[in-house]
Design a binder for this molecule. Structure first.
Ligand SMILES: [Zn+2]
Length: 109
């Protein structure tokens, strides 16, 4: 679960004395994941309630995907899942940005 990954990340990176401060975590969701920004935030809040962490805010962005067609070489960029090349409709492609979930950075305020 992504929410648990964020908690583990925070426990590893945030010093004990900083856990009472406001923490903003920047997270990027890949376009192929079924997790929405709202469901991730809700899941995170539920997990956070059981942890010894202070006020943590998630700043979630949806990433674009890039696919490269194996037939014509055209690169399609989209924020939505893509299933075929937008130039020739060929379904045979290589995914150039496969990351599903990235914890980009965090800030202690
Ligand atoms: Zn193509």
């Amino acid at each position: 679960m992504y929410a648990n990954k964020i908690i583990c990340f925070l426990k590893e990176k945030v010093a004990l004395e900083d856990r009472k401060k406001r923490i903003v975590v920047n997270v990027v969701l890949g376009p192929f994941t079924h997790v929405t920004i709202d469901s991730l935030k809700a899941a995170f809040d539920a997990v956070l309630a059981n942890e010894e962490l202070g006020r943590v805010e998630l700043c979630v962005k949806k990433n674009e995907v890039s696919i490269k067609c194996k037939k014509c070489g055209f690169v399609t960029k989209s924020a939505q899942p893509v299933f075929s090349c937008s130039a020739c409709k060929c379904p045979d492609f290589e995914i150039l940005s496969p990351e599903e979930f990235i914890i980009q950075s965090f800030e202690i305020k």
